[in-house]
Ligand binder design. Structure first.
Ligand code: NAD
Length: 472
């Protein structure tokens, strides 16, 4: 009956530091058994995860519908398909990734050979965020498994339906002696963070990232921090404006209604070009979402009332009054905010001083487009930066001078889908990276191994240190 609880559920009831310590102990024992190191175990778990995603598509779509009214197409395309692809790449490449890499040696060690051996780190903790809760939880898990680790996943409590679905499904499909889900919020995460891990992989905001890094420092645990920031999009005038506009909308409102870490946060264009861009945005937004976007099923809602209040505050700031040129409608009872464009907001307004993470898009204007580079570089380094231009020199300048986690020229967000590119931030937008082989590397230690024989035992390294030896 549903009154009997599994050992997994028992453990979840009161998840305090003691329970966390016990869990880590068990996973450490499982790791020490050597079970996770073999190619066979890794493949079996990657296949199990791929099967989970395949089998449970509808449940996943429903959970994200509950948590954030995410349109099914966005769930299927940006969470499910991405995960399937990550599993496929890992399964295809794993043998190759695991093979020690032979490297050249130096004359000083002659004769010798050397290789880099990727070894699993041990027991790793993955803490994930609510906005792409399925992808951001399981994509790092793929890296952790591929690299041969045991793993605890702590999903975000802000997406509770997805969190409990993942706890259930990972319980059903995966090897629970090595892969576990702990649900919960600050208390449970704090209990986990007190433990000694071999790696902590955190996705979320910079404030909590500092808590995570401080906890990790106590045990000298390395971290990957996947954070956010104000990702700009620079828009030139010599472009296919319609295509550019649609791609900006795709990266902003078609990504969880702007609640995505690499959504364009704001736009910079020239004063002359701004009216044309605003018109194009209006036209395309109306084509996509109709005259009453609050009713559109193709826009996620704001995740909860705290975030709704935060976004409302950005719009209520006196400094941006009268700056809305499109949208601005809200329905608090449904937690909906329509796509909203603001023109010429002051640089010291609230909306320009924090990551927006929602459906508001301010446009800044400059006299010459080159000035936009100074605007971007004067702030913290963003997770992504975009430019739309046909000007070769401008592209080169952009790539050469803008520091961000990743750049896309003439589109938005798509670098995320290229598994041969590392995904991660720089400075305030994060530490470390993942995706494809970078995920495997993020959860591996690169062990240096030098092989020598008993030949070539040069006397020069041994005392007595004579002047003749010094000159050699
Ligand atoms: P969130 O509120 O879900 O928090 C993330 C995680 O931190 C959760 O698992 C939560 O339980 C945990 N947490 C919260 N407070 C804590 C505390 N005091 N101690 C320990 N753990 C705590 O997500 P969020 O932070 O609102 O996510 C949005 C941010 O994440 C944005 O800045 C966004 O840009 C960034 N983000 C980055 C990526 C990326 O891949 N780089 C992806 C998505 C989101």
């Amino acid at each position: 009956s549903h009154e009997t609880t599994s050992p997994v559920e028992e453990e979840q009831r009161a998840f305090d530091a003691e329970a966390a310590s016990l869990l880590v102990k068990k996973l450490r024992e499982a790791f020490a058994s050597g079970k996770t190191r073999g190619y066979g175990w890794r493949v079996s778990q990657l296949k199990a995860l791929a099967k989970l995603v395949d089998d449970q598509e509808q449940q996943i779509v429903d959970a994200l519908g509950n948590d954030i009214a995410k349109p099914p197409l966005e769930t299927v395309a940006y969470e499910i398909a991405m995960l399937k692809n990550s599993c496929r790449v890992a399964l295809k490449e794993l043998k190759h990734w695991m093979t020690p890499e032979k490297v050249k040696t130096s004359i000083a060690t002659f004769p010798s050979s050397a290789e880099i051996v990727s070894e699993p780190l041990g027991v790793v903790l993955i803490i994930s965020a609510w906005n792409y809760p399925f992808l951001l939880s399981l994509d790092p898990v793929i890296g952790a498994i591929a690299a041969g680790n045991t793993v605890v996943l702590k999903p975000s409590e802000i997406a509770p339906a997805t969190s409990s679905l993942m706890a259930k499904l990972l319980g059903d499909y995966m090897d629970n002696s090595c892969i576990r889900v702990v649900e919960g919020a600050v208390d449970e995460t704090s209990a986990l963070l007190q433990q000694k891990w071999d790696k902590i992989f955190y996705t979320g905001n910079g404030r909590v990232a500092r808590v995570v890094m401080a906890a990790a420092a106590k045990h000298l645990t390395p971290v990957v921090l996947e954070l956010g920031g104000k990702s700009p999009a620079v828009v030139d005038s010599n472009i296919n404006l319609k295509v550019a506009t649609r791609r900006i909308i795709a990266g902003k409102w078609c990504c969880n209604n702007g609640q995505a870490c690499i959504s364009p946060d704001y736009i910079i264009t020239t004063k002359d070009h701004a009216p044309k861009l605003v018109d194009a945005l209006k036209t395309e937004l109306e084509t996509f979402y109709g005259k009453n976007p609050l009713e559109s099923k193709d826009l996620s809602r704001i995740v909860n009332s705290n975030h709704f209040a935060r976004l409302t505050k950005l719009l209520d700031d006196d400094k941006v009054s009268g700056k809305i040129v499109y949208g601005g409608e809200k329905d608090e009872s449904k937690l909906k905010i329509s796509p909203t464009v603001l023109l010429d907001v002051p640089r010291d307004s609230l909306i320009m001083s924090e990551e927006i993470f929602g459906p508001l898009l301010p446009i800044l204007t400059v006299d010459k487009l080159e000035e936009s580079f100074d605007v971007i570089n004067s702030g913290p380094k963003p997770l992504a930066a975009y430019i739309f231009t046909n000007n070769k020199k401008l592209k080169e300048q952009f790539v050469g001078t803008i520091s961000a986690g990743g750049l896309v020229i003439n589109d938005t967000t798509l670098h995320l889908a290229v598994h041969t590119l590392p995904f991660g931030g720089v400075g305030e937008s994060g530490v470390g990276s993942y995706h494809g082989k970078f995920s495997f590397d993020a959860f591996s230690h690169k062990k240096a191994v030098l092989y020598r024989s008993f030949l070539g035992d040069a006397p020069v390294r041994y005392p007595p240190y004579t002047t003749t030896k010094l000159r050699l």
